[in-house]
Design a protein around this ligand. Structure first.
Ligand SMILES: CC(C)(COP(=O)(O)OP(=O)(O)OC[C@H]1O[C@@H](n2cnc3c(N)ncnc32)[C@H](O)[C@@H]1OP(=O)(O)O)[C@@H](O)C(=O)NCCC(=O)NCCS
Length: 374
């Protein structure tokens, strides 16, 4: 017994460093003016209430976007899929429920030895997946992991509802985690959920509960209390951030860069104010992509690295919020390397369809399916 305890205390602490990163944004951009061509809305309203100017609409499946992001992350880490022992796929907009999304990526990257799981906490799925993979590396269950945050929201959008149609977009990103003895990767996090308020964000038509009522899968209507979600988002992200930092005896002043969930510029500004972090130390790209749900934080991380905002040894804070109503915040210590080791040739197939055409096609298919079902 004593020998075992001594061995345990001698055992070195393992961390899960982020060693690779990659994003995949579909090329077709849907502008606020495009939206105003079929909805009673305006560029002025959308920009002033949300900060969003455009969002991407995908011409490919969720799995295709995630695979490209995964290959790019592996190349940046300088490893192959065969070296990955765990794939965690964070999403709430699955191509398929069975088989899961993670196994599709596992097969395409050749991660033959890997376990593969999906995580769904809506917009915080990537961050909850990051916690899952980090924990499994730290316990020694696996030595490496690929964590994906990817969403294909456009087919599930109610394009007749201006309250929600202007807010969301499609996209994907992934990171590679590898075991290390250096104090890197996620150092502390706070995960939580306001389950009692889950009804303020519900997408009717995205699950089995609707199948028996004759509803066409994906033909959605969104129950969405914007102002209440806004308040909970600000409190959830601010409280979780303070809690995660306190676990390490740190304050927000010591954070080099906040990379928050990108749902609304005003939510981000409110969280920054609550945390007393000036906006110069907050990364924002919501104007380019809107709310890509679980893809927002990993895409923002990739772009923060590309723009030189993440430096060797940076202390990063990543607060998130989503349906559930889930909330969380992660404190991440970046390693020495901020340049990718390699580049992948993986890319999406080209498409000449505009975002507006893709959206109009989605609306037409849904209209025909609903008419056939009634
Ligand atoms: C949705 C959100 C942008 C609305 O902003 P807001 O300032 O709270 O706006 P309000 O709810 O007060 O709506 C004001 C008016 O604008 C209207 N409106 C809503 N969407 C509109 C649009 N796209 N264009 C024009 N008008 C719109 C509303 O119908 C309402 O009109 P009314 O007063 O005549 O009823 C904001 O509440 C928000 O971002 N909430 C968080 C949502 C979110 O990010 N969820 C995902 C979490 S992961």
């Amino acid at each position: 017994m004593l020998t075992r305890l001594l061995r345990q205390s001698e055992a070195r602490v393992r961390y899960a460093a982020i060693t690779g990163w990659g994003k995949c944004l579909p090329p077709a951009a849907l502008t606020n003016h495009d939206l105003a061509s079929f909805l009673d809305t305006s560029d002025e309203w959308i920009v002033s209430r949300t900060g969003i100017r455009e969002r991407r609409i995908s011409h490919v499946s969720l799995g295709d976007m995630a695979w490209v992001a995964a290959e790019r992350a592996l190349a940046a880490a300088g490893i192959t899929g065969a070296q990955i022992e765990l794939v965690v796929f964070g999403t709430c907009s699955h191509d398929d429920q069975v088989p899961n999304m993670a196994s599709g990526v596992q097969a395409r990257i050749g991660a033959e030895r890997a376990a593969a799981m999906d995580v769904n906490t809506a917009c915080t799925s990537f961050l909850h997946g990051l916690s899952t993979a980090t924990a499994l590396i730290r316990t020694g269950a696996v030595n490496s992991a690929l964590v994906i945050g990817a969403e294909l929201i456009s087919p599930f959008m109610d394009w007749t509802d201006r309250n929600v149609a202007v807010l969301f977009g499609d996209g994907a990103a992934a990171v590679v985690l590898q075991a290390t003895e250096r104090e890197e990767g996620v150092l502390a996090e706070k995960l939580g959920c306001y389950g009692e308020a889950r009804e303020i964000l519900r997408v009717h038509g995205m699950g089995g509960a609707y199948a028996n009522r004759g509803r066409v899968y994906g033909d959605t209507s969104w129950q969405f209390e914007g102002q209440e979600i806004f308040k909970r988002a600000v409190h959830g992200m601010s409280d979780a951030s303070r809690c995660a930092l306190e676990k390490l005896g740190l304050t927000s002043e010591q954070v080099d860069l906040v990379i928050p969930h990108q749902a609304n510029l005003r939510i981000i500004e409110s969280v920054a104010k609550h945390l007393r972090v000036p906006m110069e130390r907050v990364f924002v790209n919501v104007h380019r992509y809107g709310n890509m749900s679980s893809a927002t934080v990993p895409v923002a991380l990739c772009e923060a690295i590309e723009e030189g905002r993440v430096r060797p040894g940076s202390l990063l804070l990543m607060p998130g919020f989503g349906g559930g109503l889930s909330y969380c915040a992660h404190v991440v210590r970046w390693g020495e390397r901020v340049a990718p080791l390699g580049e992948s040739k993986a890319d999406l197939p080209p498409s000449d369809r505009s975002a507006l055409q893709i959206v109009r096609d989605v609306m037409a298919v849904k209209g025909r399916a609903a008419a056939a079902a009634s």
